[in-house]
Design a protein around this ligand. Structure first.
Ligand SMILES: NC(=O)c1ccc[n+]([C@@H]2O[C@H](COP(=O)([O-])OP(=O)(O)OC[C@H]3O[C@@H](n4cnc5c(N)ncnc54)[C@H](OP(=O)(O)O)[C@@H]3O)[C@@H](O)[C@H]2O)c1
Length: 287
């Protein structure tokens, strides 16, 4: 199922709110574009299809919106940041990872401290683009005999427990009153029902755990943040340091293309779809 744009009435409500509430936020600098009208903004060709180029990304978020990208140094995270930064009406972009702001998924205090630096302004868009596939030089297992308990535990620490801690400290900071979106980058191989190849047992099962964490968090967050959408997203097979060693023979997309498609999909996902597991193109992935 491909997900369409949000209903206009809701969008209108969010936009109305933003005009009053975003006053005073840092103004974005764009020399050749209207500073606040997303309709004057078009994606450069490197981001992919005409459909994407002509789509004013994230029009469901209010002008001056605040975005937080965790994993901002990664292939997909940095492409998402570049795209968000080029958005004419973004108010605030916070980049986090070990390289940006000393946020380490293996250290809850560092996560709590990074969240604490955000202050009181709510988050409109939260992207968790952290993750690992190779652990300390060890490739993902091809067979049961390759399972190593330390490697498997670290997969779970970084790909499941870490994002759970991000959910704990960052999701309560989503906007409580108006639309907000939180996306955790998962992987299609985390789907149990879609698993026909076997292998990669630690990565697959850590991502399956992440999907359950996202689903469970979405239910709790809906009670306090009824307009929030919290989803797990498969970004596609994307040419990054994480996947390059394993993507030979697979159709791949660039990180720029993945970023554009992910943001376009998130723009169209409403609060009624919170807790979903989606592909970058908006199609639903079975658990
Ligand atoms: N690329 C693909 O084809 C593909 C396919 C399916 C799913 N995914 C998922 O998409 C997400 C992003 O993948 P990517 O390809 O962009 O990977 P990447 O280029 O290797 O980036 C990984 C990001 O995770 C951060 N990270 C790793 N360990 C961390 C830690 N202990 N604490 C804090 N941050 C940490 C890294 O930042 P620092 O090193 O600065 O901390 C980096 O920003 C991952 O969840 C991955 O599983 C990717």
């Amino acid at each position: 199922m491909t997900i369409g744009p949000a209903p206009f009435s809701l969008r209108q409500a969010w936009t109305t709110k933003s005009v009053t509430e975003t006053a005073g936020r840092k103004a974005p600098k764009f020399s050749n574009r209207h500073p606040t009208d997303p309709a004057t903004w078009m994606l450069p060709a490197r981001y992919g299809s005409m459909e994407t180029q002509n789509h004013p990304l994230l029009h469901s978020l209010p002008p001056g919106f605040r975005a937080v990208v965790i994993g901002a140094s990664g292939g997909i995270g940095s492409a998402i940041c570049d795209l968000l930064q080029s958005r004419p009406d973004i108010g605030d972009l916070v980049r986090l990872s070990r390289s940006y702001g000393d946020l380490d998924l293996l250290d809850e205090q560092s996560i709590e401290a990074a969240a604490g630096t955000l202050g009181d302004a709510p988050i409109n868009l939260l992207i968790c683009a952290t993750g690992v596939l190779t652990i300390d030089g060890r490739p993902p297992e091809k067979a049961l005999r390759h399972i190593d308990p330390d490697t498997m535990l670290k997969q779970f620490q970084i790909n499941a427990v870490g994002p759970a801690l991000l959910a704990k400290h960052f999701l309560p900071r989503l906007d409580r009153h108006f639309r907000s979106i939180a996306a955790f980058l998962s992987a299609r191989v985390g789907s149990i029902s879609d698993n026909r190849l076997g292998g990669w047992i630690a990565y697959r099962s850590a991502k399956a755990a992440l999907n359950q964490i996202v689903r469970t968090a979405s239910i709790e967050i809906a009670r306090t943040h009824p307009a929030a959408t919290v989803v797990a997203v498969h970004p596609g097979t994307v040419r990054t340091n994480l996947s390059n060693p394993y993507s030979q023979g697979h159709a791949t997309i660039t990180a720029d293309q993945a970023a554009a498609r992910i943001l376009q999909t998130l723009d169209g996902v409403g609060a009624e779809q919170t807790g979903s597991f989606l592909a970058y193109d908006g199609s639903q992935i079975s658990w």
